[in-house]
Structure formats: structure tokens, C-alpha cells
Design a protein around this ligand. Structure first.
Ligand SMILES: NC(=O)c1ccc[n+]([C@@H]2O[C@H](COP(=O)([O-])OP(=O)(O)OC[C@H]3O[C@@H](n4cnc5c(N)ncnc54)[C@H](O)[C@@H]3O)[C@@H](O)[C@H]2O)c1
Length: 345
């Protein structure tokens, strides 16, 4: 592809995105506010994940990065509460980009994201990679066939820190990063906001724009409210009900979507077996049709990169599921979730 990519953040996602872009033959530059973390990327994270360091990766000093030209894509892969500040800095310093990808969630729920709303840029995307996977697209087509008969949707996105920390071997525990602090953009509903984004994508695809929401949350500690480890969200409309069950408890992880209609049960399963997602369609008489989708952790991000880099027109940008407007909607629901005083089922 030979596109120029700049990545902010040499942590977990920064390494994934570097690898994905190298596979796509793009030129990758990476910067980090902490110089030690660039060294950690070179000596530890990247070689341990992908075999060995690749000398074509440019590691750029943070102080110098705001003087570097124009990029096809800039990726903000830093903790949630630093995202908005970085966008402001890019604009202030006039760093030019064709597209900007901000990792999920857009920001932390206590911040005001009005400025980015006002920016109103169609070339800004949020990293909800699952929402554009081929298995999800196939799943959506299957559900649309049942559009008139749908009753309930259940989205389960449950993964505890035992699993998450295996992919972040350099962290002592969840409190060594933003992950263990809801105020910083961690906690169940923000860390697992892929689930909320998928809910909004499904409702939109089914033409449901009017719904009521109800919430239930549980913190690991009631005094300090460090982080929410259980988040239930209900969407109800006159057509169907959607229930989201999110946690930072379950191990091994369980991520799936179950759609029930009068005639069928349609199920999407993340990591159905090693390196495969699956879509199952079960008819009333118990007959089951299953389709497997091969993927790896690396290919999930390669697909996301290919997808974003290939969007050409303004219309493509606007219609993209990853467009910033959906990322803002996710944050609006998250804000409501934390502000909800009733918090009852
Ligand atoms: N889409 C996905 O599946 C996926 C997977 C992992 C992480 N993420 C998201 O990516 C973001 C980062 O998560 P992570 O796990 O990589 O975090 P991390 O803690 O592993 O790495 C973040 C890095 O950013 C650096 N940093 C902090 N502030 C900075 C700044 N202002 N400028 C430049 N660098 C800065 C830190 O020094 C650190 O090296 C989060 O929003 C997270 O939700 C998404």
C-alpha cells in the first residue's frame, strides 16, 4: 500500500497497529510520550509478539513529532483520557493527515467531548474493529432476513482481567494502567465498549432509532468507585428489546451476540474456536447451519487498516460504521450509564 502512518502510543495497540501496517507494506513511525516505552516496544513487546524487531519502523522522539509533515493516517493509540488532548495538539501544530483513527473509547466519560463534536470531521474514525469484521457483516445480513420477526437481542461481552492481563504482560495488575479506573476510561463499560458500538450498529441496521435505555452497574468497591466491573444496559423499543451484559470478571472470556426471532436463533460467536469466529443459524426444528470465519489477532487489525485506508469518498466516510459520530453516540450512552442514579433493574 505504501501509505505513511504515524502512531501515538507504543503500548499494546501501538504494537498491533505497527505490525498490521508493516504486513500491508506501509511506512510506520511511532512516538510515545515516555521514551522508555519506545525502548520497551523495540526490545520487549514487538519481538515477543511478532518474532523480531523490524528496522523499517521509525521511532520518533515525542518532542520532535509535532514537526513532522503529512500522513495518510494518524493513529491515536494512547490511554482514553489522553485522546482529546492529542487531537487538539495535532490541530494546533498543524500536523496534516488524510485520516485520523482514535482508539476506543473516544474519551473518558468524565470529560467533555464537545470540541470534537464541533470539529465535525468526517475523516475521523474510532477503532471499533469488530463492527467491520466479515463475520459481523455476514451476521447482520442473516438478521436482516428476519427483520420483521425479531424479538430479542442479547449481547454478551464478558472478559475479566485474568485474560486481559495476559495480553499486557508488562502490567502488574489492572491498577498499573488506566484499565482499573473508570475516571480514566477504564472499567467494564468503557474497556468493553465494542459491545455498545455493536448494539448501536445493529439497531441502526434494523432501522430502530427510538429506544429507551436502562442501566445497572456494580463497582469493585463501593467507597471509591474505582472501576465498574459489571455493566448491564437495556435498550427497549416498540419493535424489540436488546440486552447488553458486560463484565470484567469472566474467565475465560465469553463474547457473543444472540438474536431471537419467531422462527430462528442467530448467533455470532467471537473466538468460537482458536482463530475462528462463527455465525450459527438455528431453525425452529433444531436444524443448525454454521459458518466459520478464519482470523488471527493480527488479521483483525490488518482488516481494520485495509478498511479505513480504502475509504475514498466523503460519503464512504460518513456512512462508515467507524465514523466518529458513532463513537460520540457510544460516549453519550456511557455518560448516561455513569450519571444514572436509579441504577435499578
Ligand atoms: N481495538 C482494540 O481491540 C484495542 C485493543 C487494545 C487497546 N485498545 C485501545 O487503545 C488505547 C491504548 O491502549 P493500550 O492497551 O495500548 O495502552 P498501553 O498502556 O499499553 O499503551 C499506551 C501508551 O501510550 C503512551 N502515552 C500516554 N500518553 C501519551 C501521549 N499523550 N502521547 C503519546 N503517547 C502517550 C504511554 O506511555 C503508553 O506507552 C486505549 O484507548 C484502548 O482502549 C483497543
Amino acid at each position: 500500500m505504501n501509505k505513511k502512518i504515524l502512531i501515538f502510543g507504543a503500548g499494546s495497540i501501538g504494537n498491533h497497529m505497527t505490525n498490521a501496517n508493516l504486513i500491508l507494506k506501509n511506512q510506520v513511525s511511532v512516538t510515545d510520550i515516555d521514551r522508555k516505552n519506545l525502548t520497551r516496544m523495540k526490545n520487549k513487546i514487538f519481538p515477543s509478539r511478532y518474532g523480531k524487531w523490524n528496522n523499517s519502523i521509525k521511532l520518533i522522539d515525542y518532542k520532535k513529532v509535532f514537526k513532522t509533515g503529512e500522513f495518510d493516517l494518524i493513529i491515536i493509540g494512547t490511554p482514553p483520557k489522553t485522546h482529546l488532548g492529542l487531537v487538539k495538539k495535532l490541530h494546533k501544530n498543524n500536523i496534516r493527515y488524510k485520516k485520523l483513527l482514535i482508539e476506543k473509547p473516544l474519551n473518558s466519560y468524565i470529560e467533555n467531548n464537545l470540541f470534537i463534536k464541533k470539529l465535525n470531521k468526517n475523516n475521523i474514525f474510532i477503532g471499533y474493529n469488530h463492527s467491520i469484521s466479515s463475520s459481523i457483516s455476514y451476521f447482520i445480513n442473516e438478521i436482516k432476513k428476519e427483520k420483521k420477526n425479531l424479538k430479542n437481542i442479547f449481547i454478551n461481552w464478558k472478559e475479566g482481567f485474568e485474560g486481559i492481563l495476559k495480553a499486557h504482560k508488562w502490567l502488574k495488575n489492572e491498577f498499573s494502567s488506566y484499565l482499573g479506573y473508570s475516571r480514566d476510561g477504564g472499567g467494564a463499560i468503557q474497556e468493553h465498549s465494542h459491545a455498545l458500538h455493536l448494539a448501536l450498529v445493529l439497531l441502526n441496521e434494523l432501522g430502530i432509532s427510538k429506544y429507551k435505555t436502562k442501566f445497572y452497574k456494580q463497582y469493585i468497591d463501593n467507597n471509591h468507585k474505582l472501576y465498574d466491573n459489571l455493566a448491564l444496559v437495556f435498550f427497549s423499543s416498540n419493535k424489540l428489546n436488546l440486552k447488553l451484559d458486560i463484565d470484567l470478571i469472566t474467565f475465560p472470556a465469553e463474547k457473543n451476540i444472540i438474536v431471537k426471532s419467531n422462527n430462528k436463533k442467530i448467533v455470532w460467536v467471537h473466538n468460537f474456536k482458536k482463530n475462528y469466529d462463527a455465525v450459527k443459524v438455528v431453525s425452529k426444528n433444531g436444524k443448525e447451519k454454521i459458518k466459520l470465519f478464519k482470523k488471527t489477532r493480527s488479521s483483525e487489525f490488518e482488516n481494520e487498516m485495509k478498511y479505513i485506508l480504502s475509504l475514498k469518498t466523503k460519503k464512504n466516510y460518513q456512512n462508515s460504521r467507524l465514523n466518529i459520530s458513532n463513537g460520540i453516540k457510544v460516549m453519550e450512552i456511557i455518560k448516561k450509564f455513569f450519571n444514572d442514579k436509579k441504577n435499578s433493574l
